[in-house]
Design a binder for this molecule. Sequence first.
Ligand code: GAR
Length: 202
Amino acid sequence: MAEILGVLCSGRGTDLQAILDAIDRGEVEAKVAVVIADKPEAFALERARKAGIPAVLVDRKAYEGREPFEEALIAALEEAGVTLVVLAGFMRILTPLFVRHFAGRIMNIHPALLPSFPGAHAHRDVLAYGVKISGCTVHFVDEGTDSGSIIMQAAVPVLDDDTEETLSARVLAEEHRIYPQAIQLYCAGKLKVDGRIVTIRK
Ligand code: GAR
């Protein structure tokens, strides 16, 4: 049975768009059943509507604490029959309540080469540190921050005159390439997870 994806976003949704385009091209054998954003201005909601996919706002500001907010996320994902949760620029840390509910079935993309530069300001941190190579990481989500098992990574050079904008554009092109690939590997049952170590079955 094909995987049913629920995509969680906070912003403009270019990673979401890359996944939708890859599905359209037949490169990812999955269906996106729902796109959920945590803020009303997230352009990802618009992209979902345009693609004819239910777009749901679970407004973080409407909830008193993190757990009621996450209960609402879980309810929306379960109602849509989601089997794999895909975080695509979702800028909230998920608590164990959410992570345990979908244990082993949550993926994230982070705009740096983990375990270096976790957190919400990866490009700023990369430039401030002076590393010469950055990139992106697709990983399973565990109860830590950007600490789950790594599925796939891609590297890009950091140039002397880079700004956060130029670096993020270079990294984003790689995100759009590898996130659909990683999702397809999951959908095809090709990811073998052994603790921290994820390998791709032949
Ligand atoms: C992407 O660069 C993604 O890696 C990053 O947010 C951006 C979302 O762009 N995610 C994180 O930083 C998660 N901590 P998009 O809204 O255009 O897909």
